[in-house]
Design a protein around this ligand. Structure first.
Ligand code: NAD
Ligand code: TDX
Length: 342
């Protein structure tokens, strides 16, 4: 493998993967295919060597462009997506267009040119789990975490389109022998995450003198993983994963939203109760939790950045030091949330 396409490589997680590949695998040439939507930012690729990373600004829903680029590479790693649940509740159409039609175009071109394909997906395709306190095994019994065998049961237009795209990959693998793998990862955090998302929204609220906003009571649990660990897992699957397999990526980082918010407040020297409860998200998933034993045992992957407190501290420092990266978007993001009482 020498030449790869990374779709969505100017977004939060995709750009982290591009940095990971450039820093750790000197023989790889990367073409980033990214539409630079509101969530994409060329600055996320700043400092990378031009001779190794080429940015093509374009849409994965453009079949002709996709076909032209895919014929020249050895692998496609597909991150590009409309990725925010709240946006999908306001206007689902872009989610169908990018997440379904865009994925379809990539699959068709990879099939045509026999190109290796890795599909980056999410744990949300499985729907949600009950809170640990309501489970007989307290979350450790059989079926109490997501595995590759958990039935699909998505809740939002976002997760439904991600689920649909996963199913396309499975069908193309079985019917056309596409050389594909899928990964379903839990909630990522770290630098460069768009400020519409939970953790950066609260950090940048505090930095802007706005009170943080917690949906509902804040009991919902997310299984946090540092985005650097997501990148190393995707690389392991791309290079060592068995074709046709699905691997779940997670780092045993379950936390409820209230605890995360209170930790952010503590790390930013704010009073513990200095936040607002706001309208809950429609259809809000209760708990996500990943059983990543298949990935760990088969491919020898282990997460490196598992100290959540330290990871959050570094993330807070990054947003504090990089106001230029997020400041211009802040007002519009908050105006949108305010319209929904959030
Ligand atoms: P993001 O919204 O930060 O970035 C998405 C990127 O895709 C942006 O650069 C955007 O410009 C690009 N893009 C959007 N539509 C496009 C199109 N039609 N053509 C080309 N490029 C387009 O998203 P993210 O949080 O970095 O997520 C990346 C991937 O990882 C997504 O597939 C998402 O479903 C998956 N994922 C995310 C998380 C998470 O916690 N954020 C967890 C698991 C899986
Ligand atoms: O202001 C907020 N207050 C709040 O309480 C926001 C923006 C969110 N929340 C809650 C909702 C969720 O329970 O925080 C939790 C995390 O919310 P998001 O950051 O929007 O993430 P989530 O909906 O869990 O989805 C994320 O993880 C899975 C990514 O956005 C998806 O792309 C990924 O697939």
């Amino acid at each position: 493998m020498k030449n790869i396409i990374v779709t969505g490589g100017a977004g939060f997680i995709g750009s982290n993967f591009v940095h990971y590949v450039v820093n750790n695998h000197p023989h790889i040439q990367v073409t980033v295919l990214d539409k630079l939507t509101y969530a994409g930012n060329e600055q996320n690729l700043a400092g990378l060597p031009k001779e190794r990373v080429k940015l093509v600004v374009g849409d994965i829903a453009n079949a002709e462009l996709v076909d032209q680029l895919v014929q020249d590479v050895d692998a496609v790693v597909h991150y590009a997506a409309e990725s925010h649940n709240d946006n999908s509740l306001n206007d689902p159409f872009p989610f169908l267009q990018t997440n379904i039609v865009g994925t379809y175009n990539l699959l068709e071109s990879c099939r045509k040119y026999d190109v290796r394909y890795h599909h980056v997906s999410t744990d949300e395709v499985y729907g949600d789990l009950a809170l640990r306190e309501d489970l007989p095994g307290k979350g450790e019994g059989p079926g109490e975490k997501f595995t590759a065998e958990t039935p699909y049961n998505p809740s939002s237009p976002y997760s439904a389109t991600k689920a649909g795209s996963d199913l396309l990959v499975k069908a193309w693998t079985r019917s056309f022998n596409l050389k594909a793998t899928i990964s379903n990862c839990s909630n990522n955090y770290g630098p460069y995450q768009h400020i519409e998302k939970f953790i950066p929204r609260q950090i940048t609220n505090i930095l802007s003198g706005i009170r943080p906003k917690l949906y509902g009571e804040g009991k919902n649990v997310r299984d946090w993983i540092h985005t650097d660990d997501h990148s190393s897992a995707v690389w392991a699957i791309l290079t060592k994963g068995r074709i046709g397999e699905t691997y779940l990526i997670g780092a045993d980082g379950e936390e409820n939203n209230k605890d995360v918010l209170e930790l952010i407040l503590e790390l930013m020297d704010q009073p513990k109760e200095a936040y607002d409860h706001v309208n809950d998200r429609a259809g809000h998933d209760l708990r996500y939790a990943i059983d990543s034993s298949k990935l760990r045992q088969e491919l020898g992957w282990t997460p490196q950045f598992t100290n959540f407190r330290e990871g959050l501290k570094e993330t807070i420092s990054w947003y504090t030091d990089n106001e230029n990266w997020w400041m211009a978007d802040k007002k519009a993001v908050e105006t949108n949330y305010a319209k929904k009482g959030q």
